[in-house]
Design a protein around this ligand. Structure first.
Ligand code: UTP
Length: 224
């Protein structure tokens, strides 16, 4: 299965050492039962480094490239905490990650190519390795019917179909930058076409994270 870890959990300005260590010990525990591939997001350094590139006149391509490096740096932090339970290098491509799965170790990946996000990387990797499930960890505890920061009536959706998720993501996609949906539109379309069950969980509640990895009931959102 594929675990997608939001960059804002791993690095909200500097590495969240406590979070990374706790996540690593949970993954070590679950490694014997599940073949795990973990895609790490970029967090604050990705946004900052991308903005430095833009300030200096660099292209959006270059801004994405530098953000991808930040995702890989975060993956290296988790790699360090996992020690020998992890495949010893951060995969830089899907094929590298797919080959590394044969090692029986936890495989880590960050971003891959400019123009996408790690949500899409997680969905593509899940297709590539034939994963039945993606668990998406972020700062929010599920998928809401609207933006919970702005809309008081926004409700957490416990169960959703692929098409409901895609519809919600495309509503957000039409808006201006600043409002980000929990999962990007391309990623929604990929999980829908391959029918990959996807769980959205608040990443700092490790009991819930474990339940989601094990496919058990949890208070987050289940899309299938
Ligand atoms: P992320 O997908 O890491 O966002 O992409 P994030 O850090 O998890 O988001 P939060 O923290 O949960 O809110 C960070 C940036 O890296 C580039 C894009 O610029 C993206 O906005 N990126 C990432 C790519 O260009 N290609 C990839 O494959 C992945």
């Amino acid at each position: 299965m594929v675990l997608s870890v939001g960059g804002s959990l791993l690095n909200p300005g500097q590495p969240d050492f406590a979070f990374i260590k706790q996540l690593a010990s949970l993954l070590k525990k679950l490694k014997t039962k599940y073949q795990l591939a973990v895609v790490c997001g970029g967090g604050v350094p990705a946004r900052e480094n991308a903005s430095h590139i833009r300030k200096l006149g660099g292209s959006e391509f270059l801004a994405d490239e530098v953000a991808i490096l930040s995702t890989r740096m975060n993956a290296m932090m988790l790699l360090s905490a996992l020690g020998e339970d992890a495949y010893p290098v951060v995969a830089e491509s899907f094929k590298e990650a797919m080959n590394a799965m044969n090692s029986g170790k936890i495989v880590l990946m960050g971003g891959t190519i400019p123009g996408i996000t790690t949500d899409t990387d997680a969905a593509l990797l899940a297709e590539g390795i034939g994963a039945k499930r993606i668990v998406n960890l972020s700062n929010v505890d599920g998928v809401y019917s609207g933006d919970p920061k702005k809309d008081k009536n926004a409700k957490k959706l416990q169960r959703m179909s692929f098409s409901q998720l895609t519809q919600l993501a495309s509503q957000y996609d039409e808006r201006k930058a600043g409002t980000r949906f929990v999962f990007d539109l391309i990623a929604c379309k990929l999980i829908a076409r391959s029918m990959i069950e996807t769980h959205f969980i608040y990443g700092k509640n490790f009991a819930e994270v474990q339940s989601a990895i094990e496919g058990k009931i949890h208070p987050g959102t289940l899309v299938r």
